[in-house]
Design a binder for this molecule. Structure first.
Ligand SMILES: [Zn+2]
Length: 440
């Protein structure tokens, strides 16, 4: 039995904050949504009630109704969406341009990076991101993931790849550009120079807690000495890495730029192409036919281009030239990807910083606003292999729910101002401010 409740009957904000502070999951919560974009349906719905019990969505009902005993969260003025998902983060990565990148790397340990990661994870959650995929880090990423999962620190649900796998002198080789005498035990954990080594590395990563595998088939941009236009892993190395990962239930994300290398990786069975900046219409058609996701990561290029132009001395030696030559290409290429119909998932390639700015970049470069939302909800959830848990506001899913006051289908920057964040039924942000649960 349910009845309508006027706005005045809602709990006071203070009471809601107290509710959140105690992470009290005993009482049912009903969210009154003025508009609901559920992450699955093409059309928004209006005046919907979302019932949350013990951290899960148990019903999504038409009309503004309040089941007996439920606490009300009044979002009748707002647009409610699923918690957002960033499929390409490096949770401990500092925003470029405020520190010298090489100096920071050489003067901070994995323990320092874990604390950085904890801070950036907390901020990500405040930005409305309730899940994320870390595609390149060390043991500190596992520590941050596990601390979030255990409720020790607030943050998005994390899936991690640990160190990306790639060849000596490739994009993932931390020795690049350094005196050969400078060594660190961790720096070789991702090195793969034979198919056999690929098999072993994937299994080692699994043992150390990886949820997925990241490979570096081509050179990259923000690294010293390698060429983003070259394929650096062999087709055989990729095939063995993918087969081993899949046999262990792990998906494979592949950092790739050149069209030919993308085609080889897609045929080897990778699940997503990260960046994909030099892809052609044929490449996207092949990806589409294989069901391979594209994660365009326009945010990182936007940020690095400006730093390379204004403060090249802060970037890795030898990389500003690569940034200036290549960073504008992904935006130019996005309309081709959109037109091709390839599946696109949302990713920023940052840790610290604004994870929501990718929406504006996607929309400005040819994506429909609703498709940008789908990229960060249902598509991202499918790429994570977690569609049954996250990425939509539907009965049975985890109660990962956000809201924005402006209309995200009309204003490309609306999602940069999230006013409400719930993860697993706990409220971490309300009326645009962190709740006690977010700070404890
Ligand atoms: Zn990355």
């Amino acid at each position: 039995m349910s009845r309508s409740l006027p706005w005045q009957s809602s709990l006071s904000l203070l009471a809601l904050a107290a509710l959140a502070a105690h992470a009290c999951l005993a009482a049912d919560i009903v969210i009154h949504a003025g508009t609901l974009i559920d992450g699955v349906a093409e059309a928004p719905r209006h005046n919907v009630s979302i019932l949350v019990r013990e951290g899960r969505i148990v019903a999504v009902a038409a009309g503004v109704t309040t089941p007996a005993g439920a606490q009300v969260v009044d979002l009748t003025h707002a647009t409610v969406l699923p918690g957002l998902i960033d499929c390409h983060v490096h949770i401990s990565a500092r925003l470029p341009g405020r520190f010298n990148a090489l100096e920071y790397r050489l003067t901070h340990s994995a323990l320092d990076r874990a604390f950085d990661g904890a801070l950036f994870a907390r901020r990500m959650l405040q930005q409305g991101f309730t899940s994320a995929r870390d595609v390149g880090g060390g043991d500190e990423t596992a520590a941050v993931r596990d601390a979030i999962e255990a409720g020790k620190i607030p943050g998005p649900r994390l899936a991690i790849s640990l160190e990306p796998l790639g060849p000596t002198a490739g994009h993932g080789d931390p020795h690049n550009g350094l005196d050969a005498g400078v060594q660190h035990a961790d720096w070789d954990f991702g090195i793969v120079d034979t198919p056999e080594q690929a098999r072993i590395r994937v299994r080692e990563h699994k043992r150390r807690g990886a949820d997925l595998i990241k490979i570096m088939p081509s050179g990259g941009i923000a690294s010293t000495g390698d060429d983003p236009h070259q394929q650096l892993m062999t087709d055989e190395e990729m095939a063995v890495a993918v087969a081993t990962a899949h046999s262990l239930g792990m998906k494979v994300a592949a950092h790739i730029y050149p069209a030919a290398a993308i085609e080889h990786a897609v045929r080897a069975g990778v699940d997503s192409v990260e960046h994909g900046s030099f892809a052609t219409a044929e490449t996207f058609a092949l990806m589409k036919s294989h069901g391979t996701y594209l994660v365009p990561t326009l945010t990182v290029y936007e940020l690095f281009y400006a730093i390379a132009r204004d403060h090249p001395e802060l970037l890795q030696p030898g990389t500003p030239q690569k940034e200036l030559a290549n960073d504008l290409l992904p935006k130019q290429n996005l309309p081709l990807a959109v037109k091709s119909g390839v599946k696109i998932a949302y990713g920023t390639d940052i840790g610290e910083g604004d994870h929501a700015m990718e929406f504006r970049l996607l929309i400005e470069n040819g994506m429909r606003p609703m498709d940008a939302v789908f990229a960060a909800t249902r598509n991202a959830a499918e790429l994570l292999g977690r569609s049954d848990q996250v990425g939509s506001v539907q009965a049975g899913r985890l109660a990962d729910i956000i809201a924005v006051d402006a209309d995200p289908l009309a204003d490309p920057e609306a999602l940069e101002h999230v006013s409400f964040v719930m993860k697993g039924g706990v409220i971490y942000r309300l009326v645009g401010r962190p709740t006690a649960a977010a700070l404890e």
